[in-house]
Ligand binder design. Structure first.
Ligand code: ADP
Length: 626
């Protein structure tokens, strides 16, 4: 629809809902709108700085890049202006009237309904920063002119309801001017002292001068160019808060500088929360690449491996040519060297946290274990360091404790050569697995893999400290011969039962054999050497329903009283129908335990048959205890 001057546009319906959430429920801490405007202005200035470097014959290239804030008390107006790249008409429509990330709205809704809403500072995280100005303004005008040659200037107007208008206007210089017509009750944002306080609180690291009513506000210098000895914890925390538009402290940080073989400085942070874990979107890379304090790439994909996308911070190197194009960053040898070096140090730092402060590391693990596992399977070069970072439940840790591989190896008794693991849905289920009996007996530790990903990870890593990972359910674990307590004649009878069972089971199993590892349970299903575990196979079956489960090895324990009975029955009469029923049920019980039983109806019928046989009428010739 065209009005006499401008053109009217509807906001995306999502934007309308977002505005409602922002204005009426989500946000108590309204002052952050200024932080968002300053940060948008700084982004626009950063981009301009980059353009000036790469296109030297740009007009106005000697202008000071800056942010100015002006107060117009008479009209109740606050104005934030920058001489950054500005926006064309299309950019105004594309950037301001939409929400960048799908899922943002749902997430914000959820947060706004939760009791902790006032503690969460999310505005800057989701590309909805600009809208936060509607918390304090009843109407907003954006006057913007793109830096591109021949651009025209545009006036964007909205009352934050359902629509906005755009019309052509006059503006001499490139850049963006945001005019907030404040609500009656928000006039405090016209007070110089109040504004100055907000800027110092939230925006002191903005890398461009900020002028408030003509006066330059003292800013902090880029933290990474200062010597470590001059900085304290609070400086780092403040910088992190600035960088991430948050009020949350970082979990841990690392400040590096190097002169050889490549020059760089880096300040890196691990956050206290994981946004991926909260169920939102995949995080974007969080480390910005600078060259001599000039931003070359925000959230660079090329300076950190993808699995470390949760790491925030900056890397600055004077060896990166200022006019490097974004496409060639990837193939730049120096950047690659820096990347390797920083990565090594960061992984070592995390390992250090794990050793020195386990509680802190447990929080990092809670948030980012998935990322470390992703790294362990994808980053071949650093797999040793990444496997150091992994934690597991284990047969030798308490119920809520975790161990790392180094500690496991230190506990290994003489003679143990491999690192054993066993998967399952929870600790209790794993501990009931008869496969563990022999490990208990020999006092060999077994890692409990509670996350289905873990088996993939160990499968990929193959070994740690030259010790191969080995599934405790594997059929080919080197075990001592079990001392023969049974007499030779009985063992022969048991072997005969083995032959009988194999004939009954046919293709259902690969092999039936006498167990050398069971101490209590009657029987056990094992994995043929190096075959995937049942847990893994179940996943494969979910992915591909035609997947055929591998055949397994069935072991019986001749010392077990049920097996003893079956040996006796077999010796008495191998054709006895009950023996066959028991044999089939023995295998089905194991399948049931592993969750791979397919013909439940047949099993139920068989159990009922066994119940019928067992339901002997009570004997009257024997009394109970006196
Ligand atoms: P975010 O900054 O998180 O992307 P915003 O809603 O604050 O989300 O801004 C949306 C987009 O509008 C920005 O990504 C940017 O492209 C554009 N924009 C906002 N402010 C400015 C500005 N002062 N100069 C140029 N572009 C801007």
């Amino acid at each position: 629809m065209d009005t006499e001057k401008g053109q009217t546009f509807e906001f995306q319906s999502e934007v309308k809902q977002l505005l409602d959430i922002l204005v009426y429920s989500l946000y108590k801490n309204k002052e952050v709108f200024l932080r968002e405007l300053a940060s948008n202005a700084a982004d626009a200035l950063n981009k301009m700085q980059f353009e000036i470097l790469t296109e030297p014959d740009l007009a106005d290239k000697d202008q000071e890049l800056k942010i100015t804030i002006a107060i117009d008390k008479k009209h109740g107006k606050l104005v934030v202006e920058d001489n950054g790249i500005g926006m064309s008409q299309e950019e105004l429509i594309g950037n301001i009237g939409t929400i960048a990330h799908s899922g943002t709205l749902d997430y914000l809704k959820k947060i706004s309904e939760s009791p902790a809403k006032s503690q969460v500072d999310l505005i800057g995280k989701f590309g909805v920063g600009f809208y936060s100005s509607f918390m304090v303004a009843k109407e907003i005008h954006i006057v913007s002119k793109s830096w591109q040659k021949g651009s025209r200037a545009w006036l964007w107007k909205s009352r934050g309801e359902s629509s906005y208008t755009i019309e052509e206007t006059e503006k001499a210089a490139r850049g963006t001017r945001i005019e907030l017509f404040l609500k009656k009750e928000e006039k405090e944002f016209l007070e110089i002292q109040r504004l100055k306080h907000i800027i110092l609180k939230h925006s002191k690291f903005v890398p461009f001068p900020i002028y408030l009513e003509g006066e330059k506000i003292e800013r902090k210098d880029a933290i990474w160019t200062q010597p470590k000895s001059k900085l304290n914890e609070k400086d780092y925390a403040d910088f992190y808060k600035f960088l991430e538009n948050t009020q949350e402290e970082p979990e841990t940080y690392l400040h590096l500088s190097s002169d050889a073989p490549v020059q760089f400085t880096a300040v890196l942070f691990v956050p206290k929360t994981s946004f991926e874990l909260l169920g939102l979107m995949k995080s974007e890379p969080g480390v910005d690449l600078y060259s001599k304090k000039i931003l070359i790439q925000k959230g660079s994909k090329d300076i950190m491996p993808e699995y470390l996308r949760f790491v925030k911070g900056v890397i600055d190197s004077e060896e990166i040519p200022l006019n490097i194009s974004r496409e060639t960053i990837q193939s730049n040898v120096r950047i690659d060297k820096i990347k390797k070096h920083v990565l090594k140090k960061l992984l070592e730092h995390l390992d250090g946290v794990k050793t020195k402060n386990r509680d802190q590391y447990l929080n990092i693990w809670k948030n980012f274990s998935k990322n470390f596992k992703e790294g362990a399977v994808s980053d071949y070069e650093n797999r040793e360091k990444l496997s150091q970072l992994l934690l597991f439940a284990s047969s030798k840790t308490g119920a809520d404790q975790l161990t790392d591989l180094k500690e496991y190896v230190q506990r290994m008794p003489e003679g143990q050569r491999e690192i054993y693991f066993l998967g399952g849905s929870d600790r209790q289920a794993i501990e009931k697995n008869p496969a563990l009996e022999i490990f208990r007996k020999k006092d060999h530790e077994v890692l409990y893999l509670l996350d289905p990903l873990d088996e993939f990870v160990l499968d990929h890593l193959r070994e740690y400290d030259k010790k191969a990972f080995k599934m405790a359910e594997s059929a080919d674990i080197p075990l001592e011969e079990k001392a023969d307590t049974a007499d030779a004649a009985y063992l022969q009878d048991a072997e005969n039962l083995v032959v009988y069972l194999k004939a009954i089971y046919g293709e259902q199993v690969q092999e039936v054999r006498i167990s050398r590892r069971l101490t209590d349970s009657p029987c056990l299903l094992l994995n043929p050497a190096d075959g995937p575990s049942v847990q893994m196979e179940k996943i494969m079956k979910m992915v591909n329903k035609d997947y055929q489960l591998g055949k397994r090895v069935f072991e019986i324990n001749p010392e077990n009283s049920l097996i003893k009975k079956m040996v006796a029955l077999h010796k008495q009469d191998p054709a006895m129908p009950l023996l066959k029923t028991l044999a089939l049920q023995l295998l089905d019980n194991m399948k049931l335990r592993e969750g791979i039983l397919s013909d439940t109806e047949a099993t139920i019928a068989r159990i009922q048959q066994i119940m019928f046989e067992a339901a002997v009428p009570p004997r009257t010739d024997m009394g109970g205890p006196a």
